[in-house]
Design a protein around this ligand. Structure first.
Ligand code: NAD
Length: 360
């Protein structure tokens, strides 16, 4: 298979971690007989330095012309970087918002996996973390409260603010379809999270999700109220496979789920549109404090590349091989500084990339 991948190395540790993911993908291509065609574009601070803007139209066109986009991270230190003295529409993050919009990305996927070898970093009680967990939060990204009409007014001398939470059935259906498709590739369970005891938008959400579920007899559906889900994530995270939820609930729950793994350098993510196209990136930022030192953890980016193989290219066996390589390297005791523990061997970013590639 030929995989045309646009890469956005970005800023800070971005170029270092993307280079490791490419290394691993090239090894996958070699082993399984595929062809990886990489094309780099500039975004964020790197683009500002060259073109005076965080994302050019040419870069957008190149991203749209690919099968998938693999990104490192963008942005710098807001206190010291000259990028943050520019007007907001010219700052690094404006590039990220624009590319997400241009690519029509509406489904954000954030897996939260507790690796047995890193269980010590998990802040949960040992009797809970012992069971491990491997869940994925699917968050709607373009609707709901963050995109509804909003205003602040003064009525009879009293300040009043209004935000609106709107979803139509098509917005709910398209993300529900994604969630069921992906649950079918995993352990076959969707937990749809809402606040249907209070909100109309949640009642519509629940009704549409149930309609979609009828087309997936092999996937089990359960509903959960968002307040209960927040509790269950710390009480019994092993019960979850795919958590499907709207924008704001997903924003909050995905951060909670990330924190219970305890390891920021291990968290992958993907944003998908209604085709097989997706943008894959680690959940962490550009870590300017450790940039250029070859000490960043590339595993979140490598795992994002595994998601790309699985969801954009349907290369499940190859994705499994990358995830197995991560587990093996951890089992053998190799660690970057951020996940280091006594008795393990500390390695840098590029060495970790090489170790992973060797284990494919
Ligand atoms: P950050 O995630 O970059 O860093 C937080 C802490 O975690 C730092 O101490 C950093 O050294 C460490 N860290 C992060 N990733 C690591 C890795 N792979 N290996 C080892 N250690 C790692 O968050 P921040 O410092 O708040 O943000 C820095 C910049 O990144 C800001 O400009 C921010 O806007 C940007 N950012 C970008 C994205 C994105 O591109 N999607 C996401 C979040 C933050």
């Amino acid at each position: 298979m030929k995989c045309r991948i646009t890469c956005i190395p970005g800023d800070g540790i971005g170029p270092e971690i993307v280079a490791q993911a490419k290394k691993v993908l090239e090894r996958v291509a070699e082993k399984y007989g595929h062809q990886m065609e990489f094309q780099d574009i500039l975004m964020g601070g790197a683009s500002i330095d060259v073109y005076g803007e965080p994302l050019t139209q040419e870069a957008i066109d190149k991203a749209k012309g690919a099968d998938a986009v693999l990104m490192g991270s963008i942005g710098g230190d807001a206190a010291t970087s000259p990028w943050y003295r520019l007007p907001p529409n010219l700052r690094p993050e404006a590039g990220l918002l624009r590319i997400r919009k241009e690519l029509g990305l509406f489904a954000n996927l954030r897996p939260a996996v507790l690796y047995e070898e890193l269980a010590a970093a998990c802040p949960l009680k040992e009797e809970i973390s012992r069971a491990g967990f491997d869940l994925l939060i699917m968050r709607e990204l373009t609707g709901g409260l963050y995109f509804g009409e909003r205003k602040t007014v003064v009525e009879n001398g009293v300040r009043k603010a209004l935000d609106t939470l709107t979803y139509d059935e098509n917005e709910i259906r398209r993300i529900a379809v994604k969630a069921f498709d992906i649950a079918g590739k995993r352990r076959g369970k969707v937990t749809s999270v809402d606040k249907a005891n209070v909100l109309d938008s949640s009642r519509l959400w629940r009704a549409v999700v149930e309609e979609v579920a009828k087309d997936y007899p092999g996937v089990k559906l359960e509903h959960m109220l968002v307040d209960n889900c927040a509790m269950q994530l710390v009480k019994n995270p092993a019960q979850f496979d795919v958590i499907l939820t709207e924008n704001m609930f997903g924003d909050i729950l995905s951060d909670e789920a990330s924190m219970v793994t305890g390891s920021i350098g291990m968290l992958a993510s993907a944003s998908l549109n209604d085709t097989k196209f997706g943008l894959y990136e680690p959940s962490h930022g550009s870590a300017p404090d450790i940039a250029g030192q070859d000490i960043a953890n590339p595993i979140a980016t490598v795992l994002s590349a595994a998601m790309m193989l699985r969801y954009s290219f349907d290369l499940d066996r190859e994705a499994d091989a990358v995830e197995a390589a991560v587990r093996q390297v951890l089992r053998e005791g190799y660690r970057t500084g951020d996940i280091m523990s006594p008795g393990c061997q500390k390695v840098g970013c590029s060495r970790m990339g090489a170790l992973l590639a060797e284990r494919i």
